[in-house]
Structures are given as structure tokens and as C-alpha cells.
Design a protein around this ligand. Structure first.
Ligand code: CMC
Length: 486
């Protein structure tokens, strides 16, 4: 498969040092702030304070100096990183300097994971050891398996995945800074490496278990002689076939490329959660559970699932114009379109189109593809979408590929989170290795009520239960066969 290499590969992304002068027009105070790598420290603004005389400060006004308000982190950097670089205007993505197109064509998922986590492509012997360790940390403890088995047959696989990682923390007391000391991962790097291979190794096993619960089949033990994605497909699908059973290598390869494309994407919602939670020095299993929960939402890793539900709801090509009208009226969201960072194109979606063709060749063309293509073509010609720089993102196509491969819809986010663990771990390691970790603690701008005194309940004004001002009456299931009604 030939994958185009991006033409604009920046050799360096660092900018020279410079400065910016800010004048507070309330007081005339001027401050010079150093610009480093095209960024300024937000803390510099705290020098600018409102000009109140003593005792005149309004009740809700902050005494701490000017705050930088940035809900949803639209333009706030929370780390300095050497891992992943995105140029959103050019549609360019690279990991540790290597363009994503080259990694997708030439690397493997586990090799890319090594690159992300340790900073360089591994030598042959480093890669062999890395693969061996990960494929020999795939077993999940028997009591954890039993816990996973207790989850309901209709649990969303992401709920199972998150719960399993959360529980893993309880199965590894030696890896828990709460028990072993808060500087555990600052001082004990071999222990850190061990958790990294354990997390990557167990992720596919837990993913396959989350799938097998849904179809009421026993768990399949992992096989260390298979590749990472082959083993995942094997654990999902193996039944009573002899041990020579192998998943189709073309699909294992396609999945491996998809895993490379999903391995990291710098400060997305879930990776920033990993960094945020990790900053408290909690154990990495709890961090992974929290980050995976952030990924699960429909605006993030749940979008690939939402795309298929949307295409199925549209149903056929004739219904595309009506659907787009509803999107423009803001009655619907066009899932799989738009991105906070990319403004022209998502480089991963170009590669993924080629993977789609590989998969359709093996599994047959996914019927919803006609609707998907008509929807994409119509949206890309429509001023509403072009003026807002909305175009297909990686999730637009990945869902179609997963559906063609026969994965159930609710399993799609699992196929996103498993490879994203490499990115989570790379950022977790970078943060703890930096020697500069401080607990993440954002500020807020309070806009609520001023100070007031407590009123006893008997003295408060009567207010009806409307459902708008507080808790409304919640309907309870009451059996018709009860003698006493509640
Ligand atoms: N469908 C319809 N309108 C949209 C969409 C969309 N998918 N995305 C953005 N818009 C509109 C939005 O309503 C707003 O319009 P207006 O200016 O009239 O208010 C404008 O475009 C700007 O959007 P925004 O909400 O400011 O964009 P954002 O950067 O906050 O949101 C996003 C980014 C990815 C959450 C959003 O584009 C979205 O909800 N997309 C659909 C969900 C999706 O595909 N998510 C996967 C993202 S890629 C994988 C990942 O990183 O997880």
C-alpha cells in the first residue's frame, strides 16, 4: 500500500525567544512577558491587579490579579511536550519528528508505541524485547477475570474496559504510590517500565473480554506467538477451532495501521485527562481508567460509533439533503466532521481511506459507504460547512471500516482507546520524568452570588417544585401488585 508523505515536514518547531508588552488600561501598568516557543506563561498576568483602594474591592472580585479565562482550553497549552506535533492549518501530524504517513506505511503499532513512549525508534534488539515483554504481559489475573465476568451481558464494552482498568489498580499494590510512597514512579523507573508493558499487554485481553461478555462466550486466553492485533482478533473470535487458527493477516495488518493512526494526538480530551489525573501521582491504572472514561464520550472517541448510528438513521442517499438542513438548523450534529485543531484536513483521514479500501476488498463494501460518500460530498460543497472549516475527521471513516470488519457498534470506542494507551503512557512518563510535575489545579472566575446568611428552612419563601429550579419529582417504578402505594 502506498501512502503519500506530507510535503511540508517542519525540521524544527521551536521559535526564537521574544517578548510581548501588555498594558493594563485600568491602571496604566505595563509588563513585559517573555515569549518562548511561541507561548507566554499565564502566571505573568497575575501581576496585573484591579485598582481598588483598601476596603473598596467588590465582594466577588478576585484579589489574586488578572486571570486568563479559557473554558474548554481553546487556546491554553498545559504542557511542554516532545512527543507529538500537529500543524492544524496544514493538516500535518508527526510523532517524535516522524510524519504519521511514514509511520502508517512503514512502522508497526508496537514500534510506534515504543517511539512515542521512549522517544526514538527502537533498535532491532530493543524492539524484540519490547514485543516479547508486551506479548508476555497479556494475561489477566483470574480473580479480575471473574470480576469482569460479573458485568451484565449488555454492558457497554467501554464500561467494562474502564472498570477493569480501575480494578487493576487493586490487583497491583506494589504499583500503587498510595501504598508504596508518592515518589514511586519518580525514583523507580524499572517499575514504571513494568507498568507500561503490563498496561499495553493487558489492554487487548480486557478488550476481547468486554466483547466476549456481550456474546456470552468464555474468555480466550491470549497467545504470545501472534502479533498485537492478531492476538486481539484471535481472543475475540476463537471458538473450537484447532490452535492453528489465525485471523486473516490482511485484517490484522489493517487494524495495526488503524492502531498507529490512533496511537497519540497530543492534548486531546482523554490524554489531557491522563496528564491531569497523573499529576496527582495516583497509580497509572487509575489514570488509564479516567482517561478512557474521557475518551468514551460521543464528542471524542465515541464519535466513530455515533457516525454509524447517524448514517443508519439517514438510511439512504436521497435523505442526505434533509439531514444536512437539520444540521444547519442545529437540530443535528454531523458526527465525524470538524476538529478543534485541524482546520483544513485531518491527515489521518487520508490514510484511513486507503485502509478502508484494503478492508472492503476482504470483507465486502460496507453498504452505508454510499450514504457516507454522498453526505461528505454534499457537506464539502456547502458554504455552512466550508465556512466553519468542517471536514471529515478520522472517526468519519474508522467507523465504516470497523463495521465492515464485523465489529459491533459499541465496540468501536474500544478500538480507539486500546491504541491510544500508548499516547497516554508516553505523556504520563514524560510528565513524571520531567522532574517538574506539579498537581494540575485550574482556576475559575466566580460569577455566582455574593456572601449571604443562612436562612432556616421554615423561614424561606415557598417555592413550587417546577423541575427548573431544582430537583423535580422522579418517576419510580411501582409494581401494580403492591398493597401499599408509595
Ligand atoms: N456538525 C455540525 N456543526 C458543527 C460540527 C459538526 N460536527 N462541528 C462544529 N460545528 C459547528 C458548531 O456548531 C459551530 O457553529 P457556530 O459557529 O454556528 O456556532 C462551529 O461549527 C464551530 O464549532 P465548535 O463547536 O466551536 O468546534 P469545537 O472545536 O468546539 O468542536 C468537535 C470540535 C470535534 C467537538 C466538533 O467539531 C464536533 O462536535 N464534531 C462532531 C463529533 C466528532 O466527530 N468528534 C470526533 C473528533 S476527532 C477524534 C477525536 O479527537 O476524538
Amino acid at each position: 500500500m502506498a501512502i503519500a508523505t506530507a510535503s511540508a515536514v517542519p525540521t524544527s518547531v521551536l521559535k526564537p525567544k521574544d517578548s510581548i508588552t501588555v498594558i493594563d488600561n485600568r491602571t496604566g501598568k505595563s509588563i513585559d512577558i517573555e515569549i518562548t516557543n511561541n507561548s507566554i506563561p499565564a502566571t505573568a498576568f497575575s501581576q496585573l491587579k484591579a485598582p481598588y483602594a483598601d476596603g473598596e474591592r467588590p465582594e466577588n472580585d478576585t484579589p489574586y490579579g488578572l486571570r486568563v479565562l479559557d473554558p474548554s482550553f481553546i487556546n491554553t497549552a498545559i504542557i511542554q511536550s516532545e512527543i507529538t506535533y500537529i500543524d492544524g492549518n496544514k493538516g500535518f501530524l508527526m510523532h517524535r519528528g516522524y510524519p504519521i504517513e511514514q509511520l502508517a506505511e512503514k512502522s508497526s503499532y508496537l514500534e510506534t508505541a515504543y517511539l512515542l513512549i521512549y522517544g526514538e525508534l527502537p533498535s532491532k534488539s530493543q524492539l524484540d524485547l519490547w514485543n516479547w515483554e508486551i506479548m508476555h504481559h497479556t494475561f489477566v489475573a483470574d480473580d479480575l477475570q471473574q470480576m469482569i465476568r460479573q458485568m451484565r451481558y449488555d454492558s457497554h464494552p467501554m464500561s467494562v474496559f474502564i472498570s477493569a482498568f480501575s480494578a487493576m489498580s487493586a490487583f497491583a499494590p506494589e504499583a500503587n504510590p498510595a501504598l508504596q510512597g508518592s515518589d514511586l514512579y519518580i525514583t523507580n523507573k524499572p517499575l514504571m517500565n513494568k507498568q507500561i508493558v503490563r498496561i499495553l499487554g493487558k489492554a487487548t485481553t480486557v478488550a476481547a473480554m468486554a466483547y466476549r461478555i456481550r456474546i456470552n462466550r468464555p474468555f480466550t486466553p491470549p497467545r504470545s506467538d501472534l502479533s498485537y492485533t492478531e492476538n486481539l482478533l484471535y481472543m475475540m473470535d476463537h471458538m473450537a477451532e484447532p490452535n492453528s487458527y489465525r485471523p486473516d493477516p490482511r485484517l490484522a495488518k489493517a487494524l495495526d495501521i488503524l492502531f498507529i493512526l490512533h496511537a497519540d494526538h497530543e492534548m486531546n480530551c482523554s490524554t489531557s485527562t491522563m496528564v491531569h489525573v497523573g499529576s496527582s501521582l495516583v497509580d497509572p491504572y487509575s489514570c488509564v481508567a479516567a482517561a478512557s472514561a474521557a475518551l468514551y464520550g460521543p464528542l471524542h472517541g465515541g464519535a466513530n460509533e455515533a457516525v454509524i448510528r447517524m448514517l443508519a438513521k439517514i438510511g439512504s442517499v436521497e435523505n442526505v439533503p434533509d439531514f444536512l438542513e437539520r444540521v444547519k438548523e442545529k437540530k443535528e450534529l454531523l458526527f465525524g466532521f470538524g476538529h478543534r485543531v485541524y482546520r483544513e484536513t485531518d491527515p489521518r483521514s487520508k490514510v484511513i481511506r486507503e485502509v478502508a479500501d484494503m478492508v472492503f476488498e476482504v470483507c465486502g463494501r460496507e453498504p452505508l459507504i454510499e450514504v457516507a460518500i454522498a453526505l461528505k460530498d454534499a457537506a464539502l460543497k456547502d458554504e455552512y460547512f466550508t465556512s466553519r472549516k468542517l471536514f471529515p475527521n478520522v472517526d468519519y471513516w474508522s467507523g465504516l471500516i470497523y463495521k465492515a470488519m464485523g465489529f459491533p457498534l459499541d465496540f468501536f470506542p474500544v478500538l480507539f482507546v486500546v491504541p491510544r494507551l500508548a499516547g497516554y503512557l508516553a505523556h504520563w512518563k514524560q510528565q513524571l520524568d520531567s522532574g517538574k510535575n506539579k498537581i494540575s489545579r485550574p482556576r475559575q472566575v466566580y460569577i455566582g452570588k455574593g456572601r449571604r446568611d443562612y436562612i432556616p428552612v421554615e423561614a424561606r419563601e415557598a417555592r413550587p417544585i417546577t423541575g427548573k429550579t431544582g430537583l423535580n419529582a422522579i418517576p419510580h417504578y411501582i409494581s401494580k401488585r403492591r398493597l401499599t402505594k408509595i
